[in-house]
Design a protein around this ligand. Sequence first.
Ligand SMILES: NC(=O)c1ccc[n+]([C@@H]2O[C@H](COP(=O)([O-])OP(=O)(O)OC[C@H]3O[C@@H](n4cnc5c(N)ncnc54)[C@H](O)[C@@H]3O)[C@@H](O)[C@H]2O)c1
Length: 246
Amino acid sequence: MINVLVYGALGRMGSIVVNRVEQAGDMAVAAGVDVYSGGGAVYSRLEEVKEKADVVIDFSHHTLTPALLDWCVQKNVPLVLCTTGHDEAEKAAIHAAAEKIPVFFSANMSIGIALLAELARRAAALFPEADIEIVEAHHNRKLDAPSGTALMLGRAIQEVRPGAVLNTGRSGLAKREKNEIGIQAVRMGNLPGTHVVCISTDSQTIELKHEAHDRSLFADGALSAARFLVGKPAGLYDMKGIVDQA
Ligand SMILES: NC(=O)c1ccc[n+]([C@@H]2O[C@H](COP(=O)([O-])OP(=O)(O)OC[C@H]3O[C@@H](n4cnc5c(N)ncnc54)[C@H](O)[C@@H]3O)[C@@H](O)[C@H]2O)c1
């Protein structure tokens, strides 16, 4: 049984993680920590935690990362770090801690998206002459465009297409260039998030599609990351490790 400490346990993601861990046959919630704790099994500060944890899953806030890393290093507990928006000093702290404990760090905890990136990379390498376009669709409240995930997919394809340019704004007299990877953003309704990578030669088109149903895909990825991390030596791990081992 893997005992999980959930940091940010009362947040949107943290509460889904708590539910998922409680439903998992091989995991149990050791404790939760959230600043808005009302008591019970959720502590308001890490220092109050008495239970032993085999791994920490963190969906709190990036500014808390350095102190959380210190606590995990001191207790020798692996950390699945799911927060985003880290500054350079926080990133440096992550790298330093990963020399002492196993740390899993990914800005997108979806295993499906990690698989999509790997498949897109392979398809781009297999069809070096193909045009590639990434089309993403999200709800009409999303602030940024294109999505960070679409840019991440574009960068994954650039790894096998050196010199290719991400084109996020084609309009007007803008004939497609050979060395571009187009990214188109659709905003409508209540869509949780769809990413399609289209790979097209003169004779065929391949479409690789990932569709999120809801935010629980990130929680499921965090649980898989926790299972992956327990028992690993110190180091910095990410979703590619999970995809590569399958
Ligand atoms: N990597 C991914 O795939 C992924 C997916 C979704 C969200 N996120 C990230 O996860 C984080 C949380 O997202 P969310 O939507 O659940 O946010 P949220 O605001 O709903 O949850 C954050 C929780 O952290 C708690 N918290 C704040 N300060 C605290 C402190 N000092 N001690 C303990 N708990 C504290 C808050 O009370 C809150 O309950 C964000 O950084 C978000 O960007 C990452």
